[in-house]
Design a binder for this molecule. Structure first.
Ligand SMILES: [Zn+2]
Length: 395
């Protein structure tokens, strides 16, 4: 058992039956803040006549991003003759894949793209085209990460395994002292790990971390398998018809690495920074003390809200507070909603945190990694945190 799993056992499952107790993790507190927010956001859409989903900007953006992705693939595989042609195309391909993930797949997966379920499903399946399983992602991201953000042992997004310590409740290894330098590069290998290992492991075991989920069956299983076949055909088989093995593997790894660094860093800036809380369930009740909406705001940080270009590129994921509160609303609405959310937070004395620029967010993630790698690494917020010695001796 890892230290992280041990902590989860200790806090969340007196019965010792993992899947049941994980399902039972509930939030306390009153819902007045959430109800007021919902009321104001509904009023905003009524008064402006804007759409929550099926926004024309999304269809335009989808066409642009898919065209860039397809063009960079075709030029790289069939046209490029020299290294100076191939490398920029590889970087563009990786960036295009990340942008499809942020903008198209993420909104589709949250049913935030359209009011029509089949359009959401189709958009979510762009992930299968990129080598990841939309079926597994929906369980991992929608059900687990969005409910249990930053709760160690529950939120699989903060569990990056052996090489990194992102939460104060995780075990520290000596080499984590240097993680603020090396993790940035390792983030790049996460997509390849998803594509060739994680998805298969999760589907075979029926588990994501300690959370059980229903394995894909029927058409879901067909989609899972077909997605992998189509992806590896485009990523490896077709290029191998034209290029040597080592060249194909090198460029596959490079494009995936670019995609992985960009995807990971954007998500890390929302939750793994100094200002985000890492609360745990109360040991006596196995329940979270804060109400669900308060938990989402306290564990999430926005960045660079005024940059329209960045917001466009990262699918509004610089507005993660708004996304965690309203995951079924299309991201093009987040800049407007953030004013409502910020005002309501102020009224209810809820701390709304933003890094003004991308650089400020990156610096905070760097400092958080450095702090978590230190022997005395403890968070800057009071969030039910133990120091490492306590954590180590408690199992
Ligand atoms: Zn999400």
């Amino acid at each position: 058992m890892t230290q992280q799993q041990a902590n989860a056992h200790r806090f969340a499952q007196p019965s010792g039956r993992a899947s049941e107790s994980f399902r039972r993790l509930k939030f306390d507190g009153n819902n007045a803040f959430q109800e007021k927010l919902r009321e104001r956001v509904d009023a905003y859409f009524r008064s402006t006549g804007r759409r929550q989903r099926d926004c024309w900007q999304m269809y335009l953006k989808t066409a642009i991003l898919l065209a860039i992705f397809a063009a960079s693939y075709v030029l790289l595989v069939f046209v490029a003759q020299t290294w100076w042609q191939a490398w920029p195309l590889t970087i563009l391909l990786g960036l295009g894949a990340a942008a499809i993930g942020f903008n198209i797949q993420h909104d589709g997966g949250h049913q935030a793209y359209s009011n029509r379920p089949w359009i959401n499903k189709l958009m979510a399946m762009s992930l299968d085209l990129l080598g990841g399983s939309s079926y597994v992602w929906a369980r991992k991201h929608n059900s687990i990460h969005h409910t249990y953000a930053n709760i160690t042992g529950h939120d699989d997004d903060i569990n990056i395994g052996f090489f990194g310590r992102l939460s104060p409740h995780q075990n520290r290894r000596t080499f984590h002292r240097f993680q603020h330098f090396y993790l940035w590069a390792l983030y790049g290998f996460l997509p390849i790990k998803w594509q060739i290992y994680d998805d298969f492991r999760d589907v075979i075991t029926g588990k994501i971390g300690e959370h059980r989920f229903v394995r894909p069956k029927g058409w879901e299983l067909v989609t899972f398998i077909l997605g992998k076949v189509v992806f590896f055909s485009f990523a490896l088989v077709v290029p191998l018809l034209l290029h040597p093995v080592w060249v194909v593997l090198l460029f596959y790894a490079a494009a995936s690495w670019v995609q992985g660094v960009v995807l990971s860093v954007v998500f890390q800036l929302a939750h793994c920074v100094e200002e985000a809380a890492f609360p745990m369930p109360r040991p006596d009740t196995s329940r979270m003390e804060a109400a669900w909406a308060l938990h989402q705001v306290e564990t999430t940080v926005d960045f660079a809200r005024r940059s329209r270009l960045l917001s466009w590129l990262v699918g509004g994921l610089n507005f993660q507070i708004e996304h965690h509160l309203f995951p079924r609303i299309c991201h093009v609405n987040y800049p407007a909603l953030s004013k409502v959310v910020e005002t309501t937070c102020r009224e209810y004395a809820v701390k709304y945190t933003e890094h003004p620029t991308l650089g400020a967010g990156l610096a905070s993630h760097f400092r958080w990694l450095r702090r978590m790698g230190m022997p005395s690494g403890s968070p800057g917020r009071e969030s039910g945190v133990e120091d490492e010695q306590e954590t180590m001796t408690d199992t």
